[in-house]
Design a protein around this ligand. Sequence first.
Ligand code: PAF
Length: 284
Amino acid sequence: MIVQTRDELKTAIAQANPQTLGFVPTMGALHEGHARLFAKARTENELVVSSVFVNELQFNDAQDYANYPRDLDADVQLAAQAGVDIVFAPRAEEIYHAGMPLIRLNSGVLGELYEGASRPGHFDGMLAVVAKLLHLADPRQGEYRAYFGQKDAQQLALIRRMVADLDYPVQLRSVPIVRSPEGLALSSRNALLNAEELRAALVLHRAIELISGRAARHEPLNIDDALGLFQMEPLVELDYFVVVDPNTLQELAFNCQDTPFTGQGLVLVAAKVGNVRLIDNQPI
Ligand code: PAF
């Protein structure tokens, strides 16, 4: 079932009267990564709700917003096949009914790092819509769970903080990155890459694999070698490649030339391939 207004969504959830509700917010252009989120929500909940809404507030670049892939019919089909019961596909006026919100969430110091540094306002805008959507899909009774992909590691960390800091009555679940057979992390933005860019984009995964292999063998990470791989791909403009603490997302101090790697970390990478910004990550 597809619903477009908050009233329709509320009625559909009330009629289903679920003991457990799994909610998967998306911006559409759904792919296998989303299908994994739906599948996990399906196995854990009586009712599965997903939203498809391209949230203008989280785009710091108007062209990026305009270019973002949109195909609601295909999204509804994929969601239905993956067992989603209700797709909430609101118009912008339905979400921002009083115009752009005056009261905003601030993603704090965590929102200023990495993606936040390169995309000012992105995380505040993302939190603004997630805060609203979590309210709109809230069943008000029974168990309420929301599902997010681990590809957006910083987004996930911020949503965890928001849910904890603002006492949202929702349990968060996350699902590992899904990759193409060649290793590219699945993303709605991959649809914007041409064949040459798709090939070049594989350097993100190659660089991560280089470092995660060394970590697994407890060798010095020598991040410079990973940076060197990017220099050999003229179509790819690296933004950041860092190893961070998986809990705080602060960059690890020994980053990471001579000391053998022990402990835990998270490799985060972002790069522009042609005009398309891609991110990836891997725990090590
Ligand atoms: O990850 C996304 O697709 C979006 O950032 C989200 C969480 C649906 C908010 O618009």
